[in-house]
Design a protein around this ligand. Structure first.
Ligand SMILES: C[S@@+](CC[C@H](N)C(=O)[O-])C[C@H]1O[C@@H](n2cnc3c(N)ncnc32)[C@H](O)[C@@H]1O
Length: 228
C-alpha cells in the first residue's frame, strides 16, 4: 500500500467516510487500496481496463475533471483526493469545484503540493522532463506548480483549514472545513501567487503548516472524533 492509500484509509477510519472521489487515478495504485464503500475515479486516460472493475459502488469516469464537475454524475463526497493535472490553475479549480460536492465533514488530500526540486516545479510536464534530461538527471519527479494552491488556499479560502505532511514519504496537504480566526492574507493577489517560483517556497514555508504524518492524523482525530 502506498502513502496516499495509507493516509486516505487512516482519515476514512476517523471520519467513517463512505463516499470517496479520486481525481487522477492513473493505474489505480492508490484507488484500489482505498477501503471505502463507494468510490468514484476520474481520469481522461485510465491505465487499466475500467470495465473490469466497475460496479454499482465503484464508478470510473473517463473524462477530465472539468467535464466531471459539469456532468450530473458527481455526488456528495466524504473524502476527496486531488491528483489530476499538476498545474496550479487546474488543481485550484478542482478544489473549488469539489467544494460544491462536499459537506462540512469532507476532507481533501491534495498531492504534489511540495515539489522536490526546481525542475519538478515546472508546470509544463514536457518542459520539466526536457530540463532534467539536459542535466542528465535520470529520475522523473513532476509536481508542477501545485504548491501555489497552498498559497491560494491560505489567502483566499479562510473557511478551509489545512496542514501539509512532510518528512514521511511524499508531502501532501490535508484540508478540511474549519475557520481560521487569525486569517490574514499575505499576498492577497492571485496574480502574485501565480507568478511564484520554486525559490519562493522556502521563504514562505510557514504557509504550508508543515507537520509530520502522526501529528496530522492526531489532529484529524481530535477534530473529527470529538465532533461526532
Ligand atoms: C499522478 S497520476 C495519478 C496517480 C494516482 N492518484 C495514484 O495515486 O496512483 C495523474 C493522473 O491525472 C490524470 N489527469 C491528467 N489531466 C487530468 C484532468 N484534467 N482531469 C483528471 N485527471 C487528469 C492523468 O491521466 C494521470 O493518470
Amino acid at each position: 500500500m502506498n502513502w496516499s492509500a495509507r493516509r486516505l484509509n487512516a482519515i476514512a477510519s476517523i471520519t467513517k467516510a463512505k463516499y470517496y472521489l479520486e481525481i487522477g487515478v492513473n493505474r489505480g495504485e492508490t484507488f484500489f487500496d482505498v477501503h471505502i464503500d463507494h468510490k468514484d475515479g476520474v481520469d481522461p486516460d485510465f491505465r487499466f481496463d475500467t470495465q473490469q472493475y466497475a460496479s454499482d459502488t465503484t464508478r470510473f469516469f473517463n473524462m477530465t475533471s472539468d467535464k466531471f464537475w459539469l456532468s450530473n454524475k458527481s455526488t456528495t463526497y466524504d473524502l476527496i483526493m486531488i491528483d489530476g493535472l499538476h498545474t496550479f490553475e487546474q488543481t485550484f479549480r478542482d478544489l473549488l469545484c469539489s467544494m460544491r460536492f462536499s459537506h462540512e465533514r469532507t476532507i481533501w488530500l491534495i498531492d504534489d503540493t511540495v515539489p522536490s526540486d526546481v525542475f519538478s516545479a515546472i508546470p509544463n510536464q514536457s518542459k520539466s522532463y526536457h530540463e532534467r534530461k539536459k542535466l542528465k538527471l535520470t529520475d522523473l519527479p513532476w509536481h508542477g506548480d501545485v504548491f501555489k494552491m497552498v498559497m491560494a488556499i491560505h489567502d483566499f479560502i479562510p473557511v478551509l483549514n489545512y496542514v501539509t505532511i512532510l518528512n514521511s514519504d511524499n508531502p501532501q496537504t490535508i484540508a478540511w472545513y474549519g475557520r481560521r480566526p487569525a486569517f490574514q492574507p499575505r499576498f492577497n493577489q492571485l496574480e502574485a501567487i501565480s507568478r511564484m517560483s520554486y525559490f519562493d517556497i522556502e521563504p514562505n514555508a510557514s504557509y504550508f503548516n508543515f507537520v509530520d504524518e502522526a501529528s496530522a492524523m492526531a489532529q484529524m482525530k481530535n477534530i473529527f472524533e470529538s465532533d461526532e
